[in-house]
Ligand binder design. Structure first.
Ligand SMILES: Cc1cc2nc3c(=O)[nH]c(=O)nc-3n(C[C@H](O)[C@H](O)[C@H](O)COP(=O)(O)OP(=O)(O)OC[C@H]3O[C@@H](n4cnc5c(N)ncnc54)[C@H](O)[C@@H]3O)c2cc1C
Length: 200
């Protein structure tokens, strides 16, 4: 998928959305619009804000600074297309409860859209989906569907199937993926050979 020559819409307001914006610009996108469901933060943070409120302030990533048009308090209602090709994204404004405000619907031209609103876990279908109920899954606090395996031997409920990294712990960081990958490799070696010299 390349964004060159395309009108791009990025749904989401986090780091992944910024990565999508920056990559789209580098590939030569004509225009990149970012949709954030949250209200536009103030230029300066409210230092008196106390828990559970967060003292946010308007931040601009280097990718956004390359020229992304940022829309705040906007929900994505529909991806509109013709002959199987995306042509527009239907949006509307939302109130403080993120409920659509009637009569505020509008369309943004789009040839390509990225949904960057959080890691949802293991996608349905695919070879993990084929394992059905045999593979124990769990939903974590972030509503991510993850494969169940412990951090000792990384074995799943399916014989000879090990899991490590994001698929096991949900959306995380490279350092955790490296750590778990190394530990899982050790466990697999031990399983296959009866003992292992690999570090934990
Ligand atoms: C846009 C974005 C930006 C990020 N930025 C950062 C950052 O700045 N710093 C940071 O620490 N983390 C960042 N992360 C998170 C980080 O990328 C992940 O935590 C990390 O890559 C997880 O590693 P993993 O090996 O568990 O999974 P992945 O890196 O997702 O690797 C899984 C691999 O399995 C392959 N695969 C899937 N299905 C199959 C199959 N059936 N057969 C064979 N192969 C298959 C996939 O193609 C993929 O290569 C970012 C994530 C995203 C999406």
């Amino acid at each position: 998928i390349l964004a060159g020559g395309k009108h791009v819409v990025v749904v989401g307001g986090g780091d992944t959305a910024s990565d999508c914006i920056g990559t789209a610009f580098r590939q030569g996108a004509v225009k990149v619009t970012q949709l954030d469901i949250r209200p536009q933060p103030p230029e300066k943070e409210d230092k008196l804000a106390v828990w559970p409120y967060w003292a946010t302030k308007m931040r601009t990533s280097s990718s956004q600074a390359e020229g992304a048009q940022r829309e705040f308090q906007v929900a994505t209602l529909e991806f509109v297309g013709e002959d199987g090709e995306l042509t527009a994204v239907k949006c509307c404004e939302v109130d403080e409860q993120r409920k659509p405000v009637e009569g505020t619907e509008f369309f943004i031209r789009a040839d390509l859209a990225f949904i960057a609103i959080g890691f949802a876990g293991v996608p349905e279908g695919g070879f993990l989906g084929e394992l059905g109920d045999k593979l124990e899954m769990a939903i974590d606090a972030r509503r991510s569907h993850n494969v169940v395996a412990n951090e000792v031997d990384y074995r799943t409920s399916v014989d000879k199937l090990f899991a490590a990294g994001d698929v096991r712990r949900g959306q995380s960081l490279v350092v955790w993926a490296i750590r778990e990958g190394r530990q899982a490799a050790r466990s697999i070696d031990e399983y296959l050979m009866g003992s292992t010299l690999l570090p934990r």
